[in-house]
Write a protein that binds this ligand. Structure first.
Ligand SMILES: Nc1ncnc2c1ncn2[C@@H]1O[C@H](COP(=O)(O)OP(=O)(O)OP(=O)(O)O)[C@@H](O)[C@H]1O
Ligand SMILES: [Mg+2]
Length: 236
């Protein structure tokens, strides 16, 4: 078997608030392999955003080890984390996080700018990514000149443009109507069929069932980890 892309080994994230402590992640171990489509699901406060921040190299655990793409990132500092993050991960957020003062094209080019890609190559790759998500003709628009669904496609294009090893989506359909949500989920499935590894964070069971494997969190611990069929059976 090949190496896991994500290897979380006994991860704890503990917040101390005066005399009380909150165990936001309370001993999570998880391996995710290249090509998987995994949903991490759980109720509000179960620790989803906390583990997503660790998986996304936005934060480090209090205790435990995180091996991302063969590299131990659990002890890295800000700059080093940022570099790995930019190289390895494409993010899709609920609120799109497109920069308001930049055009759609400039927004999609951003990860390439950080990666030091030349101007010409940036434009070429960004236009190709916009074409893939079907909004190439809007490249000159600013985010407020796009519909919610178009903004989310833009953020997907931005996530894809650097050809990352992992696509990490946090409630990507949280702000979308049901038809646009369907389009975004279909697109994520298509990306997975093309070989991309996807981790989708959601509080919604029915959205979790779009993945192939479901990891359910409860009180900062893994409560269930298995195939989507088994997950569905356990729920009903
Ligand atoms: N910076 C922090 N300081 C103290 N406690 C925190 C901090 N961040 C998160 N927590 C606590 O850790 C627990 C897990 O929070 P987390 O944000 O991971 O939940 P979540 O599953 O993402 O919830 P939601 O679905 O509401 O976004 C919660 O009890 C929360 O109050
Ligand atoms: Mg959250």
């Amino acid at each position: 078997m090949n190496e896991p892309l994500i290897n979380l080994i006994d991860i704890y994230k503990i917040y101390r608030m005066g005399s009380t402590e909150v165990r936001a992640n309370d001993g999570i171990s998880l391996k995710i392999y290249p090509g998987e489509f995994v949903a991490i699901v759980g109720k509000s406060g179960s620790g989803k955003s906390t583990i997503m921040n660790i998986i996304g190299a936005l934060d480090v655990p209090t205790e435990g080890q995180y091996i991302l793409n063969g590299e131990d990132v659990s002890t890295l500092k800000g700059d080093e984390l940022a570099e790995i993050r930019n190289k390895t991960i494409g993010f899709i957020f609920q609120q799109y996080n497109l920069l308001a003062r930049q055009t759609l094209l400039e927004n999609v080019e951003l990860p390439l700018l950080y990666a030091g890609v030349s101007r010409r190559k940036r434009k070429e790759l960004a236009m190709a990514a916009l074409d893939r998500v079907g909004i190439k003709d809007k490249y000159k628009n600013f985010p407020n000149q796009l519909s919610g669904g178009q903004q989310q496609r833009g953020s997907i294009a931005r996530a894809l443009v650097g050809n990352p090893s992992l696509i990490l989506a946090d409630e990507p359909t949280g702000a979308l109507d049901s038809k646009t949500s369907r389009e975004v989920l279909d697109f994520l499935q298509q990306l997975n069929e093309e070989g991309n590894t996807i981790v989708l964070i959601t509080h919604d069971h029915s959205i979790a069932e779009e993945a192939n494997r479901v990891v359910s969190l409860k009180d900062g611990k893994v409560d269930f980890d298995g195939g989507v069929e088994e997950y569905r059976r356990n729920r009903t």
